[in-house]
Design a protein around this ligand. Structure first.
Ligand code: BES
Ligand code: ZN
Length: 897
């Protein structure tokens, strides 16, 4: 653990390494208690920097020997590093021997055991927990890896690249042993190293790519899980095909492996040729996985596969450039999922979901204690910077580049990027420059330095637009202002380059031709305005009537837009906008306005007929897709509502939203009945967008019907939900029915929950859902919190398994604001106790869960004081990890702001 070593690392302090490691030959004698690592490196000086000692990273490992050119040398330990002086001028061989203890590695970083096998996780700085090394991404080496282990327990031995040799060894005390030798021809940074030794089986598929080359694809899982790998394999094949078609990026390996592991801190990891996945993003069959799980698998498999080029072939110079690979690869996986979805609405549905994630995760981050630029300037613990800002906002920055240069121009830019930098470790600046250089006439190229403020400035810009129609001149002028609020360490901001996709709509719903002053004729009905000053004006001509502006279509920039539209305008957009994103947004705004009004004046919420009619029209619309309707009829989350308020009273938000849900349930009762019945999916299960959209809408309808029924004391719908729960042919419908019962606090929920547990007690991922569902049930009289506390003692609960820990702790603290933020502060006490406990087991995970307090200083009293006390208690824990310390210290600094 790294307590006490909390130094701040700064981007501006970057210096090239003093040595290069050209090749690494690793031998592992795998043993859960004491694994021996022999590490032979070919090292040479970096002649570009002054002569200095070699300083190697190492953490939680026992050094047994250091040889230079086969001779022992003197060395010392300094600031946790291994320092070797007096090294030869020319290239030399360095051999390190050390041991480590995989079984005690509960942090799940480095080499650890899970389910009786060995697995590694090296990003970002886990390789130093395996052996001494220059554990930084700009040191790239060619690896050869030999694994030795007991044959019966660990029949499968995997590492990066190609298998070059395997065979039996002399039997050890515990029975027969064997070995396997792997060679990866591509130079790679240490964070992409991986090994697996376990009792696994694989689904295999041979494919031939466009170039005519043959490849072997494998998905490794535990015995018994093989029938849950079909979707992951199909997703992998689709990813290979897509990257070649869209970006001309082929699979460059003979063999590409995915391995699933039950204990994993993150979703998945892109190790070269040997991706390691959380089981959650591999295993699926209709009985155990939902539509959402299927979609998640497709996008995560895609994401890790796409890293093979964006991340692995070209990697990051230093960790401040993390968005170079993550933002770009999230953008790529989003595009992949959209292209897979097919139809225009299905694409829009994916876009809406992505924007919802951005607003719910990244906007609060940008406004809280952990606000940082897409390319951060400093960190204490790099693991704390795998954030929504680096990922999701980073993806939006890449998307804006594509908007500014066009889809084809962007693909050209990617091609130039690879021709310039293949095999290198580079920066975000290098990427942006390549995209711009491939499109010299574009707005991006013309305004590149200003565009790059997106990388450097933290915080979400506000864009405020006001339109004025002038009847005599038949013109419409849009005045648009952008402002950027101060964030920690950045008091003053510069104007951004903001692509604003827009259109104008007539009162009858007609899309109007767009002709700017000075233009000879109209240019279509949609265009991208490029804002680059604090204030800009655009005058449209030849308009006979006052239009309704539809701004920021498709969410063309990650900003908060204030368009000052009245309800009547929003209703027009909801009914007629040709841009499905803005259509959805109009509905959300109508709902949000009502929620905010109710929270602010504290009066009981009373829904108006105009809103109810609009929602009914939407639900009954003959042409809109079910998936779209489900999104449009889902109210803004409590977290998103909280984002609009200061101070935040989570209980008032909850009350208002619950009241609104009930009124929508009641007012549209007949419509929900219709929606439920008209959207049943017959026949075999398929996770395609149309069927999953229908299931989503039917499940929403069922939840609404149960809410309404419980309020009326009616038992028919809960009874129907229970029947559906029992008889469901797939997990989406089963969990949907169980959710309807649980969320409406129906009596039958208890029976159903018990039954669900019995049915799936041997399916870890389903038991995670069981915990999460109970922890995310809308709070009622403190029952949900009490139950969550009680579930801590359930025999199936454990803090050691990250999925399980998240299914209860994150679900309650992060996804159930009203159960968590209690006036008696019991939620905060619960949080502090868990963070302190988890910090001793898995600091990385503890730090992620600690982030729920990022926005504590915006809370109303008495929540604010209770939260502060809990934070201070965690901060005072002896031996607190630097991971959690960074998060709580940053949070506490908010107090003075
Ligand atoms: N490189 C990351 C995995 C990672 C993150 C390892 C942080 C170590 C520390 C991987 O490519 C990734 O981004 N995974 C995401 C899922 C993805 C679909 C956004 C994850 O694990 O959450
Ligand atoms: Zn990634």
């Amino acid at each position: 653990m790294r307590e006490g070593t909390a130094t701040l690392i700064r981007r501006e302090d970057y210096t090239a390494p003093a040595y290069w490691i050209k090749t690494v030959d690793l031998t592992f004698d795998l043993d859960p208690i004491k694994t021996l690592v022999i590490n032979r490196m070919q090292v040479e000086r970096n002649t570009g920097v002054p002569v200095q000692p070699l300083k190697l990273h190492g953490e939680d490992i026992m050094l047994t020997r250091v040889l230079v050119n086969n001779e022992s040398v003197s060395f010392r330990h300094e600031d946790g590093m291994l320092v070797i002086d007096n090294l030869p001028e020319g290239p030399f061989q360095l051999e390190i021997r050390n041991t480590c203890c995989p079984e005690k590695n509960t942090q799940l970083s480095g080499l650890y055991t899970s389910g009786g096998g060995f697995f590694t996780q090296c990003e970002a700085e886990g390789f130093r927990r395996i052996t001494y090394f220059l554990d930084r991404p700009d040191v790239m080496a060619v690896y050869t890896v030999t694994l030795r282990a007991a044959k019966t327990q660990y029949p499968v031995l995997l590492s990066n690249g190609n298998l070059v040799e395997q065979g039996d060894m002399m039997a050890g005390v515990y029975g027969p042993r064997h070995f396997a030798k792997w060679h990866d021809p591509f130079p790679k940074p240490s964070y992409l190293f991986a090994l697996v030794a376990a009792d696994l089986v694989a689904r295999e598929q041979h494919i031939r790519t466009r170039s005519g080359k043959d490849h072997l694809l494998q998905v490794y899982v535990r015995r018994g899980d093989l029938e849950k790998t079909e979707h992951a394999m199909n997703s992998l094949i689709a990813s290979v095909v897509w990257d070649e078609a869209r970006f001309k990026l082929p699979l460059d390996l003979e063999r590409f492996m995915i391995v699933a592991v039950g204990d994993f801190n993150m979703g998945a990891m892109e190790n070269k040729g040997l991706n390691i996945f959380n089981t959650k993003f591999v295993l699926a069959n209709p009985a155990t996985a939902t539509d959402v799980d299927y979609a998640g698998i497709e996008s995560v498999v895609g994401h890790e596969y796409f890293h093979n080029w964006t991340g692995n072939r070209i990697t990051c110079r230093d960790w401040f450039q993390l968005s170079l690979k993550e933002g770009l690869t999230v953008f790529r996986d989003q595009e992949f999922s959209m292209d897979m979805a097919g139809t225009a609405t299905a694409r829009a549905v994916k876009r809406i979901e992505d924007v919802r994630t951005l607003r719910q995760m990244q906007f609060p981050e940008d406004a809280g204690a952990m606000a940082h630029p897409v390319r951060p300037d400093s960190y204490v613990e790099i693991n704390n910077f795998y954030t929504a800002t680096v990922y999701e906002k980073g993806a939006e920055v890449v998307r804006m580049m594509q908007t500014l240069v066009g889809r084809e121009g962007f693909a050209r830019g990617i091609t130039l990027y690879f021709s310039r930098f293949d095999g290198q470790a580079v920066t975000c600046d290098d990427f942006a420059q390549a995209i711009a250089d491939a499109n010299p006439q574009s707005e991006l190229a013309k305004q590149l330095p200003q565009f790059k403020h997106w990388y450097a400035q933290a915080g979400t810009p506000r864009v405020s637009a006001r339109g004025r129609y002038d009847a005599p001149s038949r013109t419409y002028t849009l005045g648009i202002e952008q402002t950027a609020l101060p964030s920690p360490g950045q008091p003053v901001k510069q104007a951004y380059v903001i692509p604003l996709a827009m259109g104008l709509i007539g009162r009858d719903g007609q899309a109007l031709p767009l002709q700017l002053e000075g233009e000879a004729q109209p240019v279509g009905t949609e265009r991208v305005l490029v804002l680059n000053e604090a204030r800009s004006f655009f005058t449209f001509v030849n308009l006979d009537v006052e239009p309704v502006p539809s701004l920021l279509r498709g969410f063309s920039a990650p900003v908060v837009l204030a368009d000052h539209l009245a309800d009547a305008d929003l209703l027009t957009l909801l009914q007629h906008d040709t841009d499905p994103f803005n259509r959805w947004e109009a509905g959300q705004r109508l709902a949000l306005n009502r929620l905010l009004a109710a929270v602010k004046d504290g009066a009981p919420l009373q829904l108006d007929d105009a809103f109810i009619d609009a929602m009914r029209k939407l639900l009954r619309h003959p042409e809109l897709d079910a998936a779209f309707k489900e999104l449009a009829l889902t109210l803004p989350s409590e977290a998103y509502v909280a984002e609009q308020l200061n101070p935040v009273d989570p209980q008032r938000i909850h009350q208002a939203r619950e009241a609104m849900l009930l009124q929508l349930a009641q007012a549209l009762r007949d419509d929900w009945v219709w929606a439920f019945e008209a959207h049943q999916v017959k026949g075999g299960y398929s996770p395609d967008p149309v069927s999953s959209g229908r299931r989503a809408l039917a499940n929403l309808a069922l939840t609404m019907l149960c809410r309404d029924a419980i309020a009326r004391g009616d038992v028919v719908w809960p009874g129907r939900a229970y029947e559906r729960f029992k008889d469901a042919g797939n997990m989406t419908d089963r969990l949907g029915a169980l959710t309807a019962l649980t969320h409406s606090h129906a009596e039958l929920a208890e029976l159903a929950l018990q039954r669900f547990h019995t049915l799936f007690k041997s399916e870890a991922l389903v038991i995670d859902k069981w915990f999460a569902l109970q922890a995310t049930t809308p709070e009622k009289d403190g029952q949900v919190f009490a139950r969550a506390k009680h579930l801590l003692k359930h025999p199936d609960f454990s803090l050691k398994n990250p999925n399980r820990a998240r299914s209860l702790i994150a679900a309650l603290c992060m996804n159930n604001p009203a159960a968590f933020h209690r006036s008696d502060a019991a939620g905060y006490v619960f949080w502090a106790d868990r963070i302190i406990e988890l910090d001793g087991i898995n600091p990385q995970l503890a730090a992620r869960l600690a982030r729920v307090m990022d926005r504590w200083s915006k809370l109303a009293e008495p929540y604010r004081s209770g939260a502060a006390e809990a934070l201070k208690r965690v901060a005072a824990k002896p031996n607190l990890s630097s991971d959690v310390a960074e998060i709580v210290h940053r949070a506490l600094q908010q107090e003075s702001q």
